[in-house]
Design a protein around this ligand. Structure first.
Ligand SMILES: Cc1cc2nc3c(=O)[nH]c(=O)nc-3n(C[C@H](O)[C@H](O)[C@H](O)COP(=O)(O)O)c2cc1C
Length: 342
């Protein structure tokens, strides 16, 4: 089993990712992990925090030299803004955030105790761990990428920029849709034999766990519900050179809870950022008086970054399913097994 957990607060000392279950003998390229961390911080519409933090990883365990030794990997990303104990208390919960439910659940009188962990800063850990999984997948020519399909309903770069500029001017925010695509995924990752083995379900869980993602679809997804079967299902062909193949990929590379050899394609809908410059109505958790929600340093839109996080989550799931299918102790053994069985 490949296991990943994270620790760390937005303005705490650091963000930590622990990744356990990787085989021994995987080459770890720290520079690649740093490049992925930098990609998470990019995108038009990001807030001031992205100028403060220039994330870099320190690998604390799990490698000797530059190779994994099968023990848990701990990745540390330091926070430049380590001010959690100096920051002012917050009592005005922001609609659309974990603020109110989190404070009620854990009995906090200071909402900072919630937002420090609920913040999307945590996703730096996911991108760090996901980058390690990408390095593993690349050994087998599996490539995971993402692209922004729309922001605030706009599709072209120019219109997206203008929409973000307008939202910034009017102190508002935007969401959008991003797509994650994995090429080179072999047939048979995941399984139909049990509900929690299904690759589509595991990918949906992983993608849905990204803060602000409210919808996930594979292939043509929701559009399939409006079409007749003959216009949806991808017909099967065979050639000596390609083996079994399809001419269409409406299924997004997933049938019966397994990869089918075509590109795995997921699309995610991200809601608008919940911290507004012109804050919405809220209620002070101490005084119970009607107030305006608190305003924190914030992004206007972060769809491109969410796509990078989507790549990380897809890479984590694919790496785990790959290790289940082709073995998990040593890179050499896995490579032999992969060659023999694909
Ligand atoms: C890359 C990324 C950056 C985000 N940046 C912000 C931000 O600057 N301000 C904010 O209020 N929400 C931001 N969010 C969204 C919140 O983290 C998220 O909406 C909130 O935690 C509530 O969770 P939920 O939307 O899943 O219910 C961001 C999300 C992602 C994926």
């Amino acid at each position: 089993m490949l296991r990943f957990i994270s620790a760390g607060e937005s303005h705490g000392e650091c963000i930590i990712a622990v990744l356990e279950g990787l085989p021994a003998g995987l080459d770890i390229d720290t520079e690649f992990i740093n490049q992925e961390l930098a990609r998470r911080q990019l995108g038009y519409g990001r807030g001031a925090r992205m100028q403060i933090e220039k994330d870099t990883v320190k690998i604390l365990s799990g490698i000797k030299g530059k190779k994994t030794i099968a023990s848990p990997m701990a990745l540390m990303i330091k926070n430049k803004d380590f001010s959690i104990n100096e920051l002012a208390q917050i009592t005005e919960p922001r609609p659309g955030h974990a603020d109110l439910s989190g404070a009620l659940k854990y009995g906090f009188s200071d909402i900072r105790c919630v937002l420090e962990r609920a913040s999307a800063r945590e996703t730096a850990a996911r991108v760090g761990a996901g980058a390690v999984c990408k390095l593993f997948l690349r050994e087998f020519d599996i490539d995971v990428k993402s692209r922004v399909l729309s922001v605030g309903g706009e599709k072209t770069q120019e219109k997206i920029k203008a929409k973000i500029d307008n939202a910034r001017k009017s102190n508002d925010t935007l969401g959008g849709i991003f797509e994650v695509q994995a090429d080179g995924v072999p047939v048979g990752l995941g399984s139909y034999v049990q509900y929690d083995a299904r690759l589509d379900a595991r990918l949906a869980f992983a993608l849905m766990s990204i803060p602000a993602v409210k919808g996930v679809e594979f292939g043509i997804g929701f559009a399939a519900a409006q079409r007749i079967g003959s216009e949806v299902h991808d017909e099967i062909f065979y050639s000596q050179k390609k083996g079994f193949y399809r001419k269409t990929n409406n299924a997004g590379g997933l049938e019966g809870g397994m990869s089918n050899g075509e590109a795995v394609i997921a699309r995610c809908a991200m809601k608008p950022i919940a911290t507004l410059g012109k804050p919405l109505s809220s209620v002070d958790i101490k005084t119970k008086k009607q107030v305006r929600a608190s305003v924190q340093r914030s992004d206007i839109a972060a769809v491109e970054a969410a796509g990078v996080i989507g790549e990380a989550m897809v890479s984590l799931v694919l790496a785990e399913a790959f290790l289940e299918r082709f073995g998990h102790d040593q890179m050499g053994m896995i490579k032999k097994n992969y060659k023999k069985n694909t």
